[in-house]
Design a protein. Structure first.
Ligand code: DSN
Length: 434
């Protein structure tokens, strides 16, 4: 039983894995937070390291038999430090939300004030939404984008921070198409005596490639997922930049027992919010960080930006209304109100045409979060397949032919065939991805 392949041991699950792999192979994957990990990353995730308990940190575990996984975790930590220029990292968070939970546990007490980017303007659930632990346990306040520009106004954020006086000021988004001014955020945090936390989950790959501003010199703590633009396994990570020791110390002097803030954050991951680390995923993170340190990773990220811009240009020419007027990163947020179509309908009909996007609130949305007025579209996954500007312009045209004919099922079917033909020109995985 132990050495049987999945196809032999469990044909039912094997067949579903096969179908999902085929779907990924034949589909235009445009969800901005998704990407395709390499086979090497997936192989590490499917390895015998899944069997190992290793609570604690390399060299300080609560279990025997950790001599090899210790080296794996050290490799992951060292590579992440090199990639982001960090002083300290923890690679154990099972997800971005788990990484964020450890940040709250470190810097906030229940009831403390948070000032975060409003989810309905492009922020994230774990930045104070009332339905998430961050909004339930902490006193969450929000800043958002300006109605006229779709962009953040740092003067307005400063005013809000002076009014709220938060214990922690958070940055980071799941649907914001512009870069952040970290220096200005830090200046505001210093003025009001707040910790500054950046959640770079969406843009970590672009930041690693030095194509977007770097938060690490400015934020006291930075979190990320490892599977979006960073193109690794599903998981999370916490990082601390070079200057953090001194700057955090000024806000919250250390207690006698605390040697450094990295140590406090380590404790907030385990035993604070997690049990045993997923050593197979940590091995896959090490592989992904190794890939991201290669020169072709930067070329990939440059192409992500070019592709997102090409698609933004093509959609704008076809009369689509992009929030903020375009993009500086890997994603577009399309306000469909001038096309008389909701986000839900758009997601469904594009899905029928094998183009996968997600419905998304646009700032000042008039529809509910279940309906929405917009869709979010991202370039990372199709860029990983090797597509460039002409293919992204073509994808924009295919999206338009569906969105302009919302009830024409024949057109959706025809588009699905065109998507399939395009995908066949840019092969992804072999028949089964394991
Ligand atoms: N679910 C992710 C996204 O789609 O942006 C954020 O956690």
């Amino acid at each position: 039983m132990l050495n049987k392949r999945l196809s032999e041991q469990d044909p039912e699950v094997f067949s579903l894995v096969e179908k999902e792999t085929d779907r990924q192979n034949q589909n235009a994957e445009m969800i901005a937070s998704e990407n395709f990990a390499s086979k090497a990353v997936m192989e590490a995730m499917g390895s015998a390291l899944t069997n190992k308990y290793a609570e604690g940190l390399p060299g300080k575990r609560y279990y025997g038999g950790c001599k090899f996984v210790d080296v794996v975790e050290d490799l992951a930590r060292d590579r992440a430090k090199t990639l982001f220029g960090a002083d300290w990292v923890n690679v154990q968070p099972h997800s971005g939300a788990q990484a964020n939970a450890a940040v709250y546990l470190t810097f906030m007490k229940p009831g403390d004030k948070l000032l975060g980017f409003d989810l309905s303007h492009g922020g994230h659930l774990t930045h104070g939404s009332p339905v998430n632990f961050s909004g339930i346990m902490y006193d969450a306040h929000f800043y958002g984008v300006e109605k006229e520009t779709g962009r953040l106004d740092m003067n307005k954020i400063r005013e809000k921070a002076k009014e709220v006086k938060p214990r922690m000021l958070s940055i980071g988004a799941s649907a914001y198409t512009r870069d952040f001014d970290y220096e200005a955020f830090r200046d505001i945090a210093d003025e009001v005596g707040a910790f500054l936390w950046m959640d770079m989950a969406h843009t970590a790959g672009l930041i690693a490639a030095k194509l977007l501003n770097d938060p690490l010199p400015w934020a006291h703590v930075t979190t990320t997922t490892t599977h979006k633009t960073l193109r690794g396994p599903r998981g999370g990570m916490i990082l601390v930049g070079r200057d953090t020791e001194n700057t955090i110390g000024k806000i919250a002097p250390k207690s006698g027992r605390v040697k450094n803030w990295g140590e406090v954050l380590d404790g907030a991951v385990f035993p604070g919010t997690q049990g045993g680390p997923l050593m197979h995923v940590i091995a896959a993170k090490a592989v992904a960080f190794g890939e991201a340190l290669q020169p072709d990773f930067k070329v990939y990220q440059q192409q992500v930006l070019k592709n997102a811009k090409a698609m933004a240009g093509a959609l704008t020419e076809m009369g689509y209304n992009l929030v903020s007027g375009g993009t500086d990163n890997h994603l577009l947020l399309i306000d469909l109100r001038n096309k008389n179509i909701t986000g839900t309908t758009a997601e469904n009909i594009l899905g029928a045409a094998e183009i996968t996007v997600n419905k998304n609130m646009v700032p000042f949305d008039t529809e509910s979060p279940f309906v929405t007025s917009g869709i979010r579209v991202g370039a990372p996954a199709m860029t990983t397949r090797g597509m460039k500007e002409p293919e992204f312009e073509y994808l924009a045209k295919l999206m338009d032919q569906v969105l302009s004919n919302p009830t024409d099922e024949q057109m959706h079917h025809k588009t699905a065939q065109e998507v399939k033909a395009l995908c066949e020109r840019f092969p992804l995985y072999d028949a089964v991805a394991i």
